[in-house]
Design a protein around this ligand. Structure first.
Ligand SMILES: *Cc1c(COP(=O)(O)O)cnc(C)c1O
Ligand SMILES: [Zn+2]
Length: 422
């Protein structure tokens, strides 16, 4: 707790104390950055004090987080983060990159990147003794909050659009949260939770509203630093990190994590951050392309539900993440997102649509010369493919049904070999 100094508004620059219970900036409504006491951290910890820890979860970075230890040992809360990093030689060769890593956030306890934010928000909720935590969600944030809250017996309320994928709704319900579906989209659920939080005093987790979500998400940057950047210390080219963008809180969180490391003097070269959006939900990319920080809402229609957002709630910091690191934004077609599910599947990686979006962005960036074949590249698969099997099935052919006879099996197998098996 004592490394947590307070908040600073990312828009107007106004500073607030750590004892203020704040969401957005009371002065201008901007997103608040958490300010840490870097000199205190530096005086207490060396890099090795962190990297030699045997806690293989995001909690190994507790000294760099604005919360105190939430307890919950032995529960799923302690297993968020520290996700695997794949490097398939076959995949590198196939796509034409010397080094491509895939960080698989589908391996988190509730199978998406959102566990990082929810774990830290639940830790904060325990600290301030919140009775109820509420969130709006397209699905994953709700599943993650429900799961992390269930792990430590914290009551949670989830508001999601009634159109959220059934698997995500099933997760929330099974974890025992109060799940309420709204007859509207994510943006309408978002506004309703804020009203509920104000009227009922519930602690609100909303992405891009609660400043602690980005603090949880930044732990992925720490892991990328520990596992890739430090190992590549001699590399002359910065790592190019690709991630899909909806509200823009993951990319802002990654940026914050890397900035923390530079501030501490633990990392020299800032990686380049590349945000990938669907053409059918591109409010942040539009701002980036127009060279502005003004986020104009869109009417989102993408099939990738986790990044389907009309008005991104962390848009300004999301634009800055690419601008300030020399990265960029890319937009991809929904058809390319679907195709990328099957592409990754062939290497044993099952992504939900918003997860394969980052990989679709890598392919496009390479094709357009935005990155070169010898740039080190890391794409984040933000969510597990089992979250949305309806869309997964659109990336492959249906399995044939045969009579249970050996001749039928042979005929069928041979015709599959002749046709292109996806
Ligand atoms: C939430 C989410 C995203 C996008 O994160 P933002 O912070 O909204 O930009 C991407 N992929 C998955 C699977 C998600 O759940
Ligand atoms: Zn402000």
């Amino acid at each position: 707790m004592s490394n947590f100094l307070g908040f600073k508004c990312s828009i107007c620059g106004k500073e607030y104390s750590s004892t203020d219970h704040l969401y957005a900036c009371p002065n201008c409504g901007g997103n608040l950055d958490v300010v840490l006491d870097y000199s205190r951290i530096k005086s207490k910890y060396q890099v090795e004090d962190i990297t030699s820890r045997t806690d293989f979860s995001l909690w190994r970075y507790l000294p760099l987080l604005p919360v105190s230890d939430p307890g919950g040992e032995g529960t799923p809360l302690r297993y968020a983060g520290w996700t695997p990093l794949y490097q398939s030689r076959r995949l590198c060769d196939q796509i034409g990159l010397e080094n491509l890593w895939i960080k698989d956030e589908g391996r988190n306890p509730t199978a998406s990147f959102k566990d990082r934010a929810s774990a830290v928000v639940v830790a904060r909720a325990r600290e301030i003794k919140a009775e109820v935590v509420v969130t709006a969600s397209t699905g994953n944030a709700g599943a993650a909050l429900a799961g992390m809250a269930a792990a430590v017996g914290q009551p949670a309320v989830i508001l999601a659009p009634r159109t959220a994928p059934p698997a995500k709704i099933a997760q929330m319900l099974v974890y025992g949260a109060s799940v309420i579906l709204v007859d509207g989209n994510y943006d309408t659920a978002f506004d309703l939770t804020i009203e509920a939080s104000k009227t009922l005093g519930w602690y609100c987790r909303n992405t891009g509203y609660n400043p602690f979500t980005a603090e949880g998400k930044k732990t992925a940057a720490f892991e990328i630093w520990e596992s890739v950047i430090r190992e590549q210390a001699s590399a002359d080219r910065p790592l190019c990190v690709f991630v899909s963008v909806g509200d823009g809180n993951i990319i802002s969180g990654l940026h914050k994590g890397f900035k923390d490391l530079v501030e501490l003097g633990w990392m020299e070269q800032m990686p380049k951050l590349f945000g990938v959006q669907s053409e059918c939900s591109a409010a942040v990319a539009n701002a980036f392309f127009s060279g502005s920080e003004q986020i104009i809402p869109v009417n989102s229609t993408t099939i990738a539900d986790s990044i389907s957002v009309d008005l991104p709630r962390d848009g300004v910091r999301a634009v800055r993440a690419a601008v300030q690191t020399g990265g960029a934004y890319l937009t991809v077609k929904d058809s390319e997102i679907i195709e990328s599910i099957a592409d990754l599947g062939k290497y044993g990686i099952f992504a939900e649509p918003a997860g394969s979006t980052a990989f679709a962005g890598v392919k496009k960036a390479l094709h357009e010369g935005i990155i070169q074949h010898d740039d080190p590249v890391l794409a984040i698969n933000t969510g597990n493919g089992l979250k949305d099997i309806k869309t997964a099935m659109q990336s492959v052919k249906n399995a044939p049904v045969i009579e249970p006879e050996i001749k039928a099996l042979l005929d069928c197998y041979q015709s599959q070999l002749r046709g292109s098996i996806r």
